[in-house]
Ligand binder design. Structure first.
Ligand SMILES: [Zn+2]
Length: 305
C-alpha cells in the first residue's frame, strides 16, 4: 500500500538557491507535523542500499525510499531521477556511481519521471556540476515551478520549495523515442500521480541478451477522483505499450516496491550464470498491473465516487 506524500503544508516562493540542511530543531518540528504512518514508512527510510548493477548497462544507487537508475550508454550516462536533494546527489548518487566504477562526469542527461522532490531534488546539482541536460515533460516543468503546487516535506525536514529546481530543461513528449547511442528510451505520458507523470520503456542487455524494462512513473495514488480516473486511463495505456513492446522487466525508483531490494540482494549473492531475478517475463508484469496497480486505483475510485 502506498501513502500519498503530497501533504500540503502551505505555499512558498520557489527558489533556485542550493538549500542548506535544516537546523535540527526546524527539521524535527516539521517532521513532527507529518503523520507517523508516513514518517515511519518505507517512503521516509533513508538507509543507503548497496549500489548494484542490474544489467550490463543498468545500475541502481539510492535509499530504501527512493533511488536513481544509472544507464551507461555509448553516448554517455543517463540518470533516471535524482533523489530528494542536492546533498543526496553529492553524497549518495555520486559515491555510489564511483563504487560501481562509473564516472559521474560522464552524466549527460538527467531524465525526470515526475515533479515530486524525491525524484527531481538532485537534478540541479548535476546540471551545475557536470553540465547535464535535464529532460522532462513540460507539464512537470510547470508543476515544479508552480508556487501553488502542494509542498512536500522530505525526510530531512526540507520543504520541497527549498529545493533548487533545474534552471533549464529539454521538453519530452508522449511517444518520443530517445536514442542514446545504443540505448533506446521511449517516453509515455501517464498523468495521474502528478499532471505530467512520465513512464518509460528502456532497452537493456544482460550478458548480451536483450531485455525491455518498463518503469511505471508514479505509483502512489493521487487524492482527487478526477486524478485517480486519469491514473487508471494512463495505467491502461502503459499496459498496452508494455505488451506491444513485450517488456519482460519492471522496476520502480522506489526500490521497496515490487521487491527490487530483495532482487538486488539475490543478484549480488548468486552466480552470474544464474537467471537474472529482475527478468520476470511479460505475463508477470501484466499480473502486477492487473492485480496490484489497477486494483488499488479502482478501489480508490470507488471510495471517492
Ligand atoms: Zn511522487
Amino acid at each position: 500500500m502506498f501513502f500519498s506524500i503530497a501533504l500540503v503544508v502551505g505555499c512558498k516562493a520557489v527558489s533556485n538557491e542550493v538549500s542548506e540542511a535544516q537546523p535540527e530543531n526546524t527539521a524535527k518540528a516539521r517532521l513532527s507535523e507529518l503523520p507517523d504512518a508516513l514518517t515511519s514508512s518505507e517512503l521516509f527510510d533513508t538507509t543507503i542500499l548497496k549500489p548494484t548493477q542490474l544489467f550490463d548497462n543498468f545500475y541502481f544507487v539510492g535509499y530504501v525510499s527512493v533511488g536513481s537508475f544509472v544507464i551507461q550508454t555509448s553516448d554517455g550516462i543517463v540518470l533516471i531521477d535524482s533523489m530528494w536533494t542536492p546533498n543526496d546527489a553529492k553524497t549518495v548518487i555520486v559515491p555510489g556511481m564511483i563504487e560501481l566504477g562509473l564516472d559521474p562526469s560522464d552524466i549527460k542527461f538527467v531524465l525526470i519521471t515526475h515533479g515530486h522532490s524525491d525524484h527531481y531534488g538532485g537534478a540541479h546539482y548535476f546540471e551545475q556540476e557536470y553540465g547535464a541536460k535535464i529532460l522532462m515533460r513540460e507539464q512537470e516543468w510547470r508543476f515544479i515551478n508552480n508556487p501553488e503546487a502542494p509542498v512536500l516535506t522530505d525526510p530531512f525536514g526540507n520543504y520541497s520549495t527549498e529545493i533548487p529546481t533545474p534552471t533549464t530543461y529539454t521538453s519530452l513528449a508522449d511517444k518520443d523515442v530517445l536514442n542514446f547511442g545504443d540505448t533506446q528510451v521511449t517516453i509515455l505520458a501517464t498523468p495521474g500521480h502528478t499532471p505530467g507523470a512520465t513512464s518509460l520503456i528502456i532497452s537493456a542487455e544482460d550478458d548480451g541478451e536483450k531485455h525491455t524494462v518498463a518503469l511505471w512513473g508514479g505509483t502512489g495514488l493521487p487524492d482527487t477522483l478526477e486524478a485517480n480516473k486519469r491514473y487508471l486511463q494512463s495505467l491502461n495505456y502503459f499496459q498496452k505499450v508494455v505488451n506491444e513492446k513485450r517488456a519482460d522487466v519492471t522496476i520502480s525508483n522506489h526500490p521497496f516496491s515490487y521487491n527490487l531490494i530483495e532482487k538486488m540482494t539475490l543478484l549480488k549473492q548468486q552466480k552470474t550464470s544464474m537467471p537474472n531475478p529482475l527478468v520476470v517475463g511479460n505475463e508477470a508484469i501484466n499480473d502486477y498491473i492487473d492485480n496490484e496497480l489497477r486494483n488499488n486505483v479502482k478501489e480508490k475510485i470507488s471510495s471517492l465516487d
